[in-house]
Write a protein that binds this ligand. Sequence first.
Ligand SMILES: [Zn+2]
Length: 405
Amino acid sequence: MEPVTGSSQLSKLINRSLILHQIKQHKAISRTELARVTGLTSGTVSNITGELLQEGVIVTQGTTDSTGGRPQVLLAINTKSHHVMGVNIGGTKIITVRTNLNGDILQRVDERFDARLPVDQQLQLIIDTIEAAIPDDKVRKKIIGVGVGIPGLLDSASGISKFSPNLGWLELPIKKILQDKLGLPVFIDNSVRLGALGEKWYGAGNLKKDVIALYVGTGVGAGIIINGDIFYGSQEAAGEIGHIVVADDGDLCGCGKRGCLEAMASGPAIVRHARRLINSGRESSLRELIDRGEELTGELVHQAAQAGDPVGVEVMEKVGYYIGVGMSILINLFNPELLVFNGGVSNSWDVTGPVILKTVESRAMPGQAQAARIVQSRLGDAAGPLGASSLIIEKFFSNPSVLGI
Ligand SMILES: [Zn+2]
C-alpha cells in the first residue's frame, strides 16, 4: 500500500490503514519512525495517531531509549480494547479462536463436527462452539466481528455458501443466519483462502506479498495471495488446483474426472493407493491392521512409511511426487516468494518433503524454482481460524465502518 495525499475520506482511510499495519508489525513504534516507514508527513501521522489514541485503538507504551536524542513516545495496538472471533468449519471439526487485534489467541475451542447431521443441527453446533469462546457479556461487548472459513464455493459479499459438498450445504445464507443468532457482524470466506491469509499474517508468510498456501487434506486447494491481497477469480473459485489433472488415466475424482491432484494426493487418495498395493499381494505391516478390522488412514500410512514399510514408503513418495507436480504448476503460474504446505497431509513432510522439493526442482522453471521457498506450515490447524480472525482485523484497520464502528 502506498501513502496518499489529500483530505478525502478514502485517502484518510488508506493512510489510517497504513499506519495501523505498521504499528501492528513493529509492536511499538514512535511517530517519527512511523512517518519514515509509511512515507507520510509528520503532520498526517500526528493527526491520524491522535484520532486512533482518542478512539482507544492504540495506546502509548513507554519511550524510546534516550541515548542519542530526545526519548520519543512509542505507540502500540491496544490489545485490550477489541476482540475478534475466528472460526473454521471443516468436515470433521470446528475450531473457534478469540483473539486480540494483534492476532494473539486468547481462547480456543475445538468441537467435533459431523457433516452428515441435518443442516439445522450443524448450525446449532457452530453457534454453540462460537458462544463457548465468549465467556461473559463484558467480553462480548469487546467483540467487533466474527470471521468464518467455510469449504466450497461461496459468494462472500452476500454471505452465501453456494455449494459445499463436504458439508452438504447448498445456497445457504450462512452470514445472515449467524449474524441473527449471534448479534455480531459476520464475514465469511473460503477456508483454504483464509488458511493462506493466516500464513501471511502469523505463519511462515510473515507479511510477504506473494504467498501461496497449498492445502492438502480431505480436499486439495490453493490459497493465493498476490501483492498482499487474496486472489478470488471471477466466481471466487480461483485456486482449485485440486482439480487439475496430473495423472492420465489416474484415479476417479469426486468431480467426475480422472487423475485430478485431489484424486492422487489427498488424504483419502493415500488410503486408496495403499489398499491397492496391499490387495495386489504386496507385503506390508498395514495388512495386519486391515485384517484386525482397523480403519486405514493417511496418517497410518505415513507412520508405516516412517518405520520403513515398503508400501508406506512407495505410497508417500508417490503422493509427494504429485504434490510436487502441483507446486511446480503454482510456482510457474504465480512466481511466489513463498509456498506454504498446509492441511493434514502436510504432517508427512519428513517423508514427502524431499520428494516434493526434488520434483519441483526438476519441473518448475529453473529460476522460479529456486526463488520460491517451500515450507511446511508452522500454524498447523490454527491457520484457518487465525486467517478468519485476520479477515476481521484487516477490515477494522482499513475500513472499520463495515463492522458498524
Ligand atoms: Zn477433480
